[in-house]
Design a protein around this ligand. Structure first.
Ligand code: FEO
Length: 172
């Protein structure tokens, strides 16, 4: 059985994962309209992954005698200066999510709920991967600069990065 305090903290994380899904959905739609097909596919997939993170938490809260809250979400930004800026925003958003997961782990320990602490380790590992993935992408973007051929290849290859990370995740 979850304590009220931990249930509240887990519900906050459910909202953050749902909002993350919306953030990447908005990025996917922006990229699609700009004709950046590969980036768009990457973002649609990322949005789906965030929804999966949310669902996993919902199931866990309900399984442990709590009740998952499905709340109103903050609208994400829908206008981006450039795709480079968009990936910078993605990186910063993942750092924010990592901090939120760390805070949640802290509450689980304070409440001496070791089952939840154990459950959250999946999210801790996932955040390491997500931050690393975002940094890899930003490094590639920096290397390319304004080279048109490089940008074309980046849009094509960014899908591959997603596939590779998905394969790595499923191997866990
Ligand atoms: Fe669910 Fe991208 O963290």
């Amino acid at each position: 059985m979850l304590t009220k305090n931990l249930e509240k903290a887990l519900n906050k994380q459910i909202q953050i994962e749902a909002e993350s899904s919306q953030v990447y959905l908005s990025m996917a739609s922006w990229a699609e309209v700009k004709g950046l097909e590969g980036i768009s596919l990457f973002m649609y997939k990322h949005s789906d992954e965030e929804r999966m993170h949310m669902l996993k938490l919902i199931k866990y809260v309900n399984e442990r005698g709590g009740q998952a809250q499905i709340s109103a979400l903050q609208a994400p930004s829908s206008d981006f200066k450039s795709f480079q800026q968009m990936f910078q925003d993605l990186y910063e958003h993942e750092i924010f999510v990592s901090k939120s997961i760390n805070d949640l782990v802290h509450v689980a320990l304070e409440e001496r709920d070791y089952a939840t602490h154990n459950f959250l380790q999946w999210y801790v590992a996932e955040q390491i991967e997500e931050e690393a993935l975002a940094r890899t992408i930003l490094d590639k973007i920096n290397l390319i600069g304004n080279d048109k051929g490089g940008l074309y290849l980046f849009d094509r290859d960014v899908q591959q990065i997603t596939v590779e990370s998905a394969a790595a995740n499923s191997a866990d």
